[in-house]
Design a protein around this ligand. Structure first.
Ligand SMILES: Cc1cc2nc3c(=O)[nH]c(=O)nc-3n(C[C@H](O)[C@H](O)[C@H](O)COP(=O)(O)OP(=O)(O)OC[C@H]3O[C@@H](n4cnc5c(N)ncnc54)[C@H](O)[C@@H]3O)c2cc1C
Length: 285
């Protein structure tokens, strides 16, 4: 239900919410902690769930036209929202989950879960994307972040990406045009919403069981957002944090993991401010 009084929070009018509701299911003051793997984050003024890639484009277009802050959210496994929440429109891709296999290619909508894509491909006997096993989140988030492991990054397997450019047009970008780099892509830099991604299925197979076992041995199981700091060239951020004596550093209910120093874990009831404080302390050291 739309709250009384026209304004939801600074910048989001009831009129805009009504227009967005033509293209998406809406929730008001939705706690973002429910949608992040850190399990922290205050309310989004408006939480929109577009029903199709085209509808996502319409919602983004409406927000851009009215100059309203908006944020495209995938699986929430690499985000930290403040405790005060988000005073704008969070656009979730959760309902955009189609996957279609076409010979040597597979096309996935932005909100398709990595785990679901891998399960479907395995069913077809294809394991070339299995290096992504154990990485939570969605295809859109993974491609925006160029997610991966030491051995491979998702961008290497991208054939093309449909995304909304700065002019509001849906554009099909070839892999070269995506400008993939270490945990980086043009979509992240330009904040261009990804609608769908087509992958090539060629290339070496990976052993998901072995990779999952490696993760279980090295990474904590408590709520987190994965590695917090980028690895500097030729070194590992986790090693540097460990050497600085910060393993186990605790603020409130957040802590630098004892198992992997580049993970901050929520021990249960941590606030975003607790986590932010740890990030600041680690940065200073
Ligand atoms: C336990 C754990 C282990 C992890 N291990 C790894 C790992 O091994 N390697 C690795 O690279 N990462 C890892 N991560 C981080 C994270 O899972 C990846 O970055 C993941 O791909 C993010 O996807 P998401 O859908 O959750 O994105 P979100 O967290 O929802 O969003 C991340 C960023 O992507 C943007 N985004 C999301 N969807 C779209 C879209 N459709 N269009 C444009 N931008 C979009 C968001 O705006 C945001 O800037 C790990 C995280 C956890 C919690």
């Amino acid at each position: 239900m739309l709250p009384e009084g026209g304004k939801l929070l600074p910048g989001v009018s009831a009129g805009l919410a009504a227009r967005i509701s033509q293209f998406a299911s809406l929730r008001y003051f939705e706690p973002l902690a429910r949608h992040t793997t850190f399990k922290v984050g205050g309310p989004a003024a408006v939480f929109a769930l577009p029903k199709s890639p085209a509808a996502l484009g319409e919602v983004v277009g409406l927000c851009r036209k009215e100059g309203v802050r908006h944020f495209v959210l995938g699986g929430g496994s690499n985000v930290l929202f403040p405790d005060s929440g988000f005073p704008g429109v969070v656009i979730s891709t959760a309902r955009l989950d189609g996957i279609a296999i076409d010979g040597e290619y597979v096309t996935a909508a932005a909100g398709a879960r990595i785990s679901e894509l891998l399960a479907l491909l395995r069913h077809q006997g294809t394991r070339s994307l299995d290096f992504l096993a154990g990485i939570p989140g969605t295809i859109g988030g993974a491609v925006a972040m160029n997610a991966g492991i030491t051995e491979a990054q998702i961008g290497e397997r991208v054939e093309s990406v449909w995304a909304i450019d700065s002019g509001g047009e849906v554009v099909r970008f070839t892999r070269d045009e995506c400008r993939f780099a270490y945990r980086e892509s043009r979509f992240k830099v330009e904040r261009s919403p990804i609608l769908a991604v087509r992958f090539s299925l060629g290339g070496a197979d990976y052993d998901a069981s072995a990779l999952l076992a490696r993760r279980a041995a090295r990474q904590p199981s408590a709520p987190s957002a994965g590695c917090i700091f980028r690895n500097p060239p030729g070194d590992a951020a986790g090693r540097l944090i460990d050497v600085a004596g910060l393993k186990g550093l605790r603020v409130g209910m957040a802590k630098v993991s004892e198992k992997h120093a580049n993970f901050i874990v929520n021990l249960g009831g941590a606030t975003s401010a607790d986590i932010r404080k740890i990030i600041d302390i680690v940065r200073q050291k």
